[in-house]
Write a new protein. Structure first.
Lengths: 398, 350
């Protein structure tokens, strides 16, 4: 414990040292350490995350180590970035490892730099360049890793009468000095009095065609929220390196649907969602009904129930999920989750039940201890039982 | 008659229980403070909120004390502190939060509103209002902050928006299906998300080296917010495994995957280098691999994307065992010498 606390303080101090500290500064830094062990893995996972900010500079990091692989212990950084802001908010620069996600450009984790310039009349220009992050924690890819590649992209957007934002974006990804991914996108958000609409679309210039299109419109009326949505997704969006499939035959997946959220009572929320879907030219659909009952006004305790039906292509199953959580004492919380999936194809099994009961102890704002028992029946084990334990430490101040 | 009476009583008890469970009936003895009743009796705000006229951001809050209440209400009905029942704890907590997180001086505003507190605190005229905090739209009724809004410069009024933790009124994404909706809504408004969520929030799912926070780390938390293995996980697990390498390994050993694939007949026996079962590519139309590729090419792409295209081209080429990949009347706007995947075959100018 002492060692862990000492290491955390050292990391906070290291993050703080990255920042200039003027005399009038009011710096803040937080740190969280999570350790997880369970009886199924050969090693635990240790996660360290923290942030520090001061005036116009902030830093953020999330590091992890552990995991169970045949190649041994692995470790990596998910986020390690420093952000510098112009004091009036007109410009911003981010350097390090981070996730660049903006407009219709697909989110991409990179080692690089991004910049934003904002104008008071609502124009914003973003640019990014860097090397896409590839996995080092996974087993060695069977057919070899990608060679060196880099990415450059950007977005320009405009706010219109405070109610609407429109933007266009562009990304180019290269490998061996050749273009492997080349997309242009457009996005829109409009928030009106009772209606809000959001849309985005990306067009693949490498293999001409829409690689991704999503639109969602939602309206509120009293305790109801109605939403209609449509989506057109392709593998080129999900995995940009799979351009071959746009030659041999794209994998179209389109869906159109609607959802309703009804706040039936102050503590009771109900959701109903249904969508028609085509996958590879096969028509199908999916639907779900979900309920959440809070057991107190603050929602500290709750009961949840969800029924879902998926019926398209090879994915045909019916599932149910139930959750429950309730504080037992001021510092103690218990929870339970249960899922049951019944596939239509008997060759895939009769039913897959899975359940978990947990207990969390939070005696102070500085640390937390939780444990759980997980049981399931899977295609390879009639019955399996797993025990999990988590320790979390919170340090720092805001 | 007795039965009917019993049923009525039972129904009433059930309704009362339901009302309590659903939150229709308040179980908390405290209730919103009777601001409206005081206003109607002509009690000025500053009579109770003493000192608010000259208060600044640095000063204390101006919640009336029990002694101040007793100056008018000479005969309190019990000995408890007035605020134990009159006025809700959440309202007082909100006042504390606002006082801590907003750079606001009542002193500067009083002259402009001529002592009319309700001009900003509109809900004080309601008998049931829980929150008395003015909405931002009320502030913008007098203050022009479009320029600051456009450049996300919030610190003129907000000390720390993320720490304040108050979602904006346009924050509707979490009401619906967050997984499906958040992407399209964040596309244009990523900075709205960033007021509360940092890079880590996004990277935990969208990052590549993501063995960081398996959902089981949240064990002991609120179960409705967790659950990576939601129903239907099996149909998409290959995609997720490849999109987030390392995530699976944080809980499952590789042997787990190999055993399951062998048992389900979609892989060779453990220890065999080829992950596919015997006869994977034999038979008419490419055998099982051709069928699987046509039904679910995304599963193939999960492993054979990127450099894996080279593997496909090895067979699916003119003169190769897979034959010409271009169907009749095939056309393409690609530059076959430079664009992928054309250049894999045509790069030499053939």
């Amino acid at each position: 414990m002492r060692c862990k606390r000492s290491a955390s303080r050292t990391l906070i101090a290291a993050l703080s040292l990255l920042l200039p500290t003027p005399a009038h500064a009011d710096p803040s830094a937080t740190m969280r350490v999570d350790g997880l062990v369970d009886t199924q893995q050969s090693g635990g996972v240790l996660v360290l995350q923290g942030d520090a900010s001061h005036s116009a500079v902030s830093a953020e990091a999330l590091l992890w180590t552990g995991g169970a692989t045949t190649t041994g212990v692995v470790a990596d950084a998910l986020v390690f970035a420093i952000r510098v802001r112009e004091p009036h908010g007109l410009a911003e620069l981010r350097v390090g490892r981070f996730l660049f996600s903006s407009g219709a450009i697909l989110p991409v984790q990179i080692d690089g730099a991004s910049g934003i310039v904002r104008a008071p009349w609502g124009t914003k220009v973003e640019a990014v360049t860097g090397v896409p992050v590839t996995s080092v924690g996974a087993p060695t890819p069977l057919y070899g890793p990608q060679d060196f590649e880099w990415l450059v992209g950007g977005r320009i957007s405009q706010v219109i009468v405070s109610r609407m934002t429109v933007g266009v974006s562009y990304v180019q990804r290269r490998d061996l000095d050749e273009i492997v991914d080349h997309q242009v996108g457009a996005d829109l958000t409009a928030v009106l009095r009772w209606l809000d609409v959001a849309a985005r679309a990306a067009y693949d210039l490498t293999s001409p065609g829409i690689s991704d299109a999503l639109v969602s419109g939602a309206a509120r009326a009293g305790p109801f929220r109605f939403e209609v949505f449509a989506a057109d997704r392709s593998p080129s969006r999900l995995m940009p390196a799979t351009s071959l499939f746009s030659v041999l035959g794209d994998f179209p997946s389109q869906s159109v649907g609607s959802s309703i959220h009804w706040k039936a009572a102050p503590r009771l929320d109900l959701w109903l969602t249904g969508a028609g879907q085509t996958v590879g030219g096969v028509y199908g659909g999916n639907g779900s009904a979900r309920a959440l009952l809070k057991l107190d006004d603050r929602g500290a305790g709750s009961l949840g129930l969800e029924v879902r039906r998926q019926d398209v292509s090879t994915a045909r199953w019916t599932g149910i999920r139930a959750t429950a959580t309730q504080p037992l004492l001021r510092t103690l919380r218990c929870g339970a989750e249960f899922e049951l999936v019944i596939p239509d194809d008997p060759q895939k099994g009769a039913a897959w039940p899975w359940g978990l009961v947990s207990l969390g102890w939070h005696p102070s704002s500085r640390w937390e201890l939780a444990g759980a028992l997980e049981a399931a029946s899977t295609p390879i084990h009639d019955f399996e039982l797993n025990a999990l334990a988590r320790f979390s430490l919170f340090l720092g101040s805001k | 008659m007795r039965l009917r009476g019993s049923l009525v009583i039972l129904l009433a008890v059930l309704l009362a229980a339901c009302a309590s469970v659903l939150g229709l009936k308040r179980t908390d003895p405290s209730r919103p403070f009777e601001h409206r009743a005081h206003v109607l009796r002509g009690v000025a705000c500053t009579q109770c909120h003493v000192g608010v006229v000259s208060s600044t951001h640095a000063g204390p809050t101006h919640e009336p004390s029990t002694a101040q209440c007793k100056s008018c209400h000479a005969k309190p009905h019990d000995e408890h502190t007035c605020s134990a029942c009159h006025g809700e704890a959440s309202t007082r907590q909100e006042a504390e939060l606002v006082h801590t997180q907003l750079r606001f001086d009542h002193e500067k505003h009083m002259a402009h509103v001529h002592g009319d507190c309700a001009r900003c605190h509109e809900s004080s005229a309601s008998a049931t209002a829980i929150s008395l905090e003015p909405k931002m739209a009320t502030c913008f009724g007098c203050h022009e902050h479009q320029g600051e809004w456009n450049v996300s410069k919030c610190d003129g009024c907000h000390v720390d928006v993320a720490a304040e933790g108050v979602p904006p009124e346009s924050h509707v994404v979490h009401d619906g299906d967050f997984i499906r909706e958040h992407g399209v809504r964040a596309a244009s408004e990523s900075e709205l998300c960033a007021t509360c969520h940092d890079d880590r929030s996004c990277s935990k799912c969208h990052g590549v080296t993501v063995a960081t926070l398996p959902w089981k780390l949240a064990v002991g938390g609120a179960p409705q917010t967790t659950g990576l293995h939601l129903s239907g996980f099996r149909s998409r697990h290959s995609l997720e495994a490849r999109a987030q390498p390392g995530l699976c390994n944080s809980c499952h050993a590789e042997e787990y995957c190999v055993q399951c694939h062998a048992t389900m007949g979609v892989a060779a026996a453990p220890g065999t280098p080829n992950p596919h079962p015997a006869g994977w590519v034999s038979g008419a139309g490419g055998g099982q691999h051709g069928m699987e590729a046509r039904v679910d090419p995304m599963s193939c792409a999960g492993c054979h994307g990127g450099a894996g295209e080279q593997l496909c081209i090895g067979c699916h080429r003119v003169g190769g065992p897979g034959g010409n990949p271009h169907g009749p009347s095939f056309t393409s706007t690609k530059d076959k010498l430079h664009d992928l995947p054309c250049r894999l075959c045509h790069g030499t100018g053939t």
